[in-house]
Design a protein around this ligand. Sequence first.
Ligand SMILES: NC(=O)c1ccc[n+]([C@@H]2O[C@H](COP(=O)([O-])OP(=O)(O)OC[C@H]3O[C@@H](n4cnc5c(N)ncnc54)[C@H](O)[C@@H]3O)[C@@H](O)[C@H]2O)c1
Length: 255
Amino acid sequence: MRGLSGKVAAVTGGGSGIGQAAAIRLAEEGCMLAVIDRSKTGAKATVARIREAGGLAEAIVADVAIEADISAAFASVVDIFGRLDILVANAGIFSAERDGRVHGLDKSVWDDIVGVNLTGMYLSCKHGVAAMRATAGSGAVVLTGSPTGILGCTPGSIAYSSSKGGVHGLARVMAVDYAAEGIRVNVVVPGFTLSPIVHELVADPVVMETMVRSIPLRRGAQPVELSGAIAFLASDDASYMTGSLMFVDGGLTAV
Ligand SMILES: NC(=O)c1ccc[n+]([C@@H]2O[C@H](COP(=O)([O-])OP(=O)(O)OC[C@H]3O[C@@H](n4cnc5c(N)ncnc54)[C@H](O)[C@@H]3O)[C@@H](O)[C@H]2O)c1
């Protein structure tokens, strides 16, 4: 893809699933990677895979929901690599068991899920975009959204769905706010993707069958099937795209 070689990219939630696949793909395209995750083991595993393939990567441990952590994380990115060109704001959590319908949803669960999935995205964009403006001066941001932020397709997951709706709004206004500075902002919208985040759904054969039946391609995605779309949105091949939602969902939102 055009314009990725030699760029510095930071991926939050880069220690597993979609973020890990995106970090590896960006490294394959010639980017230097800051793999940010609250899981040290996960971040180090991604970095090891990138280095084994001859790429350049550093693991940075941070919780996206804690501003001091994420501010220090982006300061480290600039210390280590000297600049930031690409931000993949991707870290997120989901819990079918803890989340619920609104009338009984515990506020601490709401705070936890919204705190990571929406406040964490805001904090990553706040400190990531500031680092990008101060160093590269332009760049690309890709946020990971969800069909649940648009459709009522995950009943009983109020906190998760609300957080993802917020992510889409955050991205669209950022796209307008930074267009004149050459910072593009887009959202990748994964469908049902077989990463650890959906382990509760995969473990229940009835839920799994219902999920798969609702997807025209009749299967969940592998995380690697998201990585090309994320790399594309970060690349110069997407130079006229900003404020878009790109669906990679096996047709889930087409029906
Ligand atoms: N898997 C799906 O079906 C699906 C569908 C739509 C959207 N998404 C979104 O994709 C993104 C990536 O999820 P995934 O499927 O790869 O899940 P995953 O569980 O495999 O990976 C999530 C990563 O984020 C990290 N993380 C979680 N909370 C964090 C925090 N507070 N600070 C820093 N890191 C944190 C985890 O340690 C993990 O490495 C999430 O935003 C998720 O909501 C996933």
